[in-house]
Design a protein around this ligand. Structure first.
Ligand code: PGA
Length: 237
């Protein structure tokens, strides 16, 4: 069964978030396939029966004096079971590096929150993609006691641009990530794809059997598009 992870990013006012949530409740979707990641202030509104809740980030420390941050314990108390960690927008705009991301991953494992670890190369790094992915994985995961983890392969140049890698490239990269995790970390993990996934390309992307699911930004903001994607992936109830 394919996962659909909806990253709502910094979108929606409270009123818009409420109507999105109401429309979400009308979607017919198997619960264990859909994970919704709204902005922090709206988390408590999203308590539907047909999806799980994820956060878009967590603080790098447990609790206490860290003005403007939200801790994993607070997020758990709002109902999250998943957390997006190391999204490229946080790496780029909030200067998150692999060492900080490592701390967040460790917290997720400690608190039994399933991390959705985002990795991916920039346009300039395209030629040395596997080297970049290997460094991101190793700096973040080396020597941690791993629990359940989802890895999201998201080429930075593909996010929000309408461009996706060639399908055989996605296939070989996902195969490589799965093998690498098995051989070096003795773990079989779900590997999902993210970057300009929409109702037009989902059908052909879904022919790549290595893809265990999708991290979807822009296209998940429109309920009708999300409904279409759910139908195409046949994860309807
Ligand atoms: P996009 O975003 O679907 O709008 O490209 C994906 C993401 O940022 O995870």
């Amino acid at each position: 069964m394919k996962l659909i992870i909806s990253n709502l990013k910094m979108n929606f006012t409270l009123e818009e978030a409420k109507s999105y949530k109401e429309a979400l409740d009308t979607l017919e979707c198997k619960k264990n396939t859909l994970i919704i990641c709204p902005s922090y202030p709206y988390l408590s509104y999203f308590n539907g029966k047909n999806y799980y809740l994820g956060s878009q980030n967590i603080a790098s420390r447990k609790m206490g004096s860290l003005t403007g941050e939200v801790s994993i314990e607070q997020l758990i108390s709002l109902g999250i079971q998943y957390a997006i960690i190391g999204h490229s927008e946080r790496r780029i705009y909030s200067n998150e590096d692999d060492h900080l991301i490592r701390k967040k991953m460790a917290l997720c494992f400690d608190y039994h929150v399933v991390p959705i670890l985002c990795i991916g190369e920039s346009l300039e790094e395209k030629e040395k993609k596997l080297e970049v992915l290997k460094k991101q994985l190793d700096t973040v995961l080396y020597d941690l006691e791993l629990k359940e983890i989802i890895i999201a392969y998201e080429p930075v140049w593909s996010i929000g641009t309408g461009n996706t890698p060639a399908h055989d490239e996605i296939k070989s990269t996902l195969q490589w990530i799965k093998e690498y995790m098995k051989n070096n970390y003795s773990i079989e993990c779900k590997v999902i794809y993210g970057g300009s996934v929409n109702q037009r390309n989902i059908e052909s992307l879904n022919r790549i059997e290595e893809i265990d699911g999708y991290l979807i930004g822009g296209a998940s903001l429109k309920i009708e598009e999300l409904r279409k994607i759910i139908e195409i992936l046949e994860v309807k109830k």
